[in-house]
Write a protein that binds this ligand. Structure first.
Ligand code: MRU
Length: 351
């Protein structure tokens, strides 16, 4: 399954910069960027040039490997301090997706485990770990695609929210994985993509990815999901997620919890697709998840020719919401399909 020109996050050939596809410019412009600069890396995550929980983890891993190569430092203690600072700095770019700190944590462990071998060995090991995190994500997404497809029937109408496709991950995607795999196997799904206000990841990215893959795709505004369900157009909902708490509450793009409530009302299965790296065993419930709040201009004026709201109007712009575990029919993961009771079943699968 290769729906993009090539992997959209990677090292340059010399491994001295990180190359990435600027998702903020899609679908109108396919723009590749590269950087070795810490502030540009932070900005790329903050401005959603690289976005999607697994993708920002992979990106941060490559970034740390690149940054470490350029430290003008020869003592291991100073190197370690600088490496930790850079990791913390990148993690501070977005608070909600656990995959970011999960990936930087892996990179920091590699530093700790190789520090006694000297700086050259540390730097080589950091490169290897970034590549490994990326490769593992490809494998996890592939297993999610298979596990998800086993729950769907040919011809199903599927609703998805935001973008949890190849762009948000490494290659196949989480929520879009079963759909793309089904497309290869002739399932003829009909996919309804919520546009996903205010940043339009559904319109700009999901519609782009699915259309490129030849999937029958219909774009709807976020407030149309209820009618689509009532009219019998939807047999399953598939979404990605940014962090799962021990009790099965989960955070995903703002608007996801409304879709889950609607799906429960219409008795449509609501499936959350995610790799093991999205499970956060350190938090008990969704109340412990920090919800990112973003610039009000994203609501007032972004993407409009003119502002579509009075200049001074107050805006509340949370980027994510929390879906209660009681609304989740199952987690579709790389380690299998996990059903309630989530408190027990998530712990036994992921710890
Ligand atoms: O703000 P974004 O675009 O990074 O939000 C992305 C989502 O909410 C995705 O659904 C989630 O990260 C899962 S991606 C496989």
């Amino acid at each position: 399954m290769e729906y993009l020109p090539s992997d959209h996050i990677r090292f340059s050939e010399s491994r001295t910069t990180v190359v990435f596809l600027n998702q903020a410019a899609l679908p109108n412009h396919v723009e590749w960027k590269q950087t070795a600069d810490r502030q540009e890396m932070y900005d790329a995550i903050k401005k959603l040039e690289v976005r999607g929980a697994p993708a920002i983890g992979i990106f941060a891993a490559y970034c740390l490997a690149v940054l470490a190569k350029n430290y003008p430092i020869s003592d291991i203690v100073g190197f370690g301090q600088r490496f930790h600072e850079d990791a913390q700095f990148l993690v501070s770019s977005r608070p909600t997706a656990v995959n970011l700190s999960w990936a930087t944590g892996r990179m920091e462990n590699v530093f700790l485990n190789t520090a006694s071998l000297g700086l050259d060995r540390v730097k080589a090991a950091l490169d290897e770990e970034a590549l490994r995190i990326h490769e593992e994500d490809i494998g996890m997404c592939s297993r999610i695609a298979e596990n998800g497809l086993s729950l769907l029937r040919a011809g199903d109408g599927i609703l998805t929210h935001c973008n949890a496709g190849p762009l948000a991950t490494s290659r196949y995607g989480t929520a879009l994985g079963p759909i793309l795999l089904g497309q290869e196997r002739g399932y003829n799904f009909h996919v309804y993509a919520d546009e996903t206000r205010p940043l339009l990841q559904g319109a700009r990215l999901t519609a782009f990815e699915l259309s490129n893959a030849g999937v029958d795709t219909t774009l709807i505004c976020d407030n149309m999901a209820g009618l689509a369900m009532r009219q019998g157009k939807i047999q399953a909902v598939l979404v990605g997620c940014d962090r799962v708490a021990r009790n099965g509450d989960m955070a995903n793009k703002i608007g996801t919890s409304q879709v889950a409530v609607l799906a429960a009302f219409y008795q449509i299965p609501f499936y959350v697709c995610c790799p093991a790296s999205t499970f956060d065993g350190n938090i008990a419930t969704g109340n412990d998840i920090i919800i990112e709040e973003r610039d009000p201009e994203e609501i007032r004026s972004l993407y409009y020719k003119e502002p579509m709201a009075p200049m001074g109007v107050k805006c509340f712009n949370p980027a994510f919401d929390v879906t209660d575990h009681r609304l989740v029919s199952a987690y579709i993961t790389d380690r299998g399909v996990i059903r309630p009771p989530f408190n027990e079943n998530l712990a036994s699968t992921f710890t």
